[in-house]
Write a new protein. Structure first.
Length: 369
């Protein structure tokens, strides 16, 4: 962990950063909590420049020795509406109360900035040693079902398992999901989890019924392992290649591009599934203008066709242009697209065709002597 110059008996590293240090892993966010009011604390620091204050959450951003540091006040939370953002209940509460609002014991440890002592009220250290994920109370998933996806993320990232009681609580929640939840938060966790690109995550997601958090419609694990394909072709949004396969993800707030990826998948699915004798030209046309993510999703139903397109067909492009057609005396008209398709079809059959040969073919078939 990168040690800071700022030390105080009430200032603690907290959550993921402490967990990662104990696991010997690098952490990118340094979360700091001040037991008491962090804003008032920051105002007492003579050398700190206050950059930003968020009064309702009791958080403050400061600049100290050229470094930007976020400090949160200890706070307790309540969930007036289960599954939605909690309300801040008490800013400046005890460190223990702040810790008890957290998701898993391994994320509920603090480390004193002054003495380096680890504060562990919930036996997080023992769970870390035993590679267990344990929630802090029985209502944890009811309050915030996104914790189920966080559990999945940590289990695949660290190779941990849910402890027996936590697994029972998860199963119980998944039997009676409250769909009135914040899908924005759920999506954030899904993106982080599936961008790890681990097939084991998808196996657990499907086999343990976690996918039902998005929609109750049944889904079974596809046969094709997407992990290798994603590694090979490197799509921009790996997560959607997994999650987009579910029959209904309309609960998730999608960007325009993500929505297009899913809509195109549904549109092309039948054709790719049923047309066994689909020609190279038809494959090319079906996948033209479609995102790589959609094609990788389709690989779960017909890897032969998608592989042929990605490795071979998509690199084939006619060289002839509209200008060439005009030069040989064909005036611009809707006929152009028919001509381009004709050349494309020829080129797919014989990728070695050069531009002169393409022009010759057009002359032969479209210019009546
Ligand atoms: P990552 O390494 O994926 O960022 P993290 O544990 O640091 O993991 P953050 O989302 O940055 O995750 O959250 C910081 C801390 O806030 C967590 O370690 C945990 O203590 C707490 N936390 C985050 N999300 C929740 C949640 N949904 N419910 C309860 N506590 C949470």
């Amino acid at each position: 962990m990168c040690e800071m110059n700022l030390k105080n008996e009430n200032l603690y590293y907290i959550g993921g950063v402490v967990r990662d240090e104990l696991l010997g892993k690098e952490s990118f966010d340094i979360d700091l909590t001040y037991q008491g009011n962090a804003i008032e604390f920051a105002q007492t620091l003579p050398d700190a420049e206050i950059l930003q204050i968020n009064e309702p959450f009791g958080t403050v951003k400061i600049k100290l020795d050229g470094e930007e540091i976020d400090i949160a006040s200890t706070r307790s939370e309540i969930y007036p509406q289960k599954g939605h953002l909690p309300k801040v209940n008490n800013i400046g509460c005890s460190l223990k109360e702040d810790i008890l609002r957290r998701d898993f014991t391994i994320n509920a440890m603090a480390k004193s900035t002054l003495t380096g002592e680890i504060i562990d009220y919930t036996s997080g250290l023992e769970d870390l040693k035993n590679k267990k994920l344990r929630v802090l109370h029985n209502n944890s998933f009811i309050d915030d079902p996104t914790r189920i996806v966080r559990g999945l993320k940590f289990s695949v990232r660290f190779g941990f398992e849910l402890d027996e009681h936590t697994k029972k609580l998860q199963d119980k929640y998944l039997q009676s999901i409250n769909y009135d939840m914040s899908y924005k938060r759920l999506k954030k966790e899904l993106v982080e989890t599936f961008n790890l690109n681990l097939w084991t995550a998808f196996e657990k997601f499907v086999n343990e019924g976690i996918y039902k958090l998005i929609s109750p419609q049944e889904f079974t694990l596809p046969q094709n392992n997407l992990e290798e394909l994603i590694k090979k072709y490197k799509p921009t949004f790996p997560w959607i290649v997994y999650v987009g396969l579910l029959p209904d993800i309309s609960n998730l707030p999608l960007t325009k591009t993500e929505q297009k990826i899913v809509d195109d998948y549904k549109k092309i699915l039948n054709q790719v599934q049923n047309d066994k004798n689909i020609s190279d030209f038809e494959i090319y046309k079906a996948f033209e203008g479609v995102n790589l993510e959609t094609i990788l999703m389709l690989a779960t139903v017909n890897p032969e066709i998608t592989g042929r397109y990605l490795d071979k067909l998509r690199h084939i492009k006619p060289e002839i242009t509209g200008k060439d057609l005009q030069e040989i005396g064909i005036a611009p008209s809707p006929k152009y697209s028919e001509i381009f398709d004709f050349i494309l079809n020829e080129k797919l059959k014989n990728p070695a065709l050069n531009k002169t040969q393409e022009i010759e073919l057009v002359k032969k078939f479209y210019l009546i002597p």
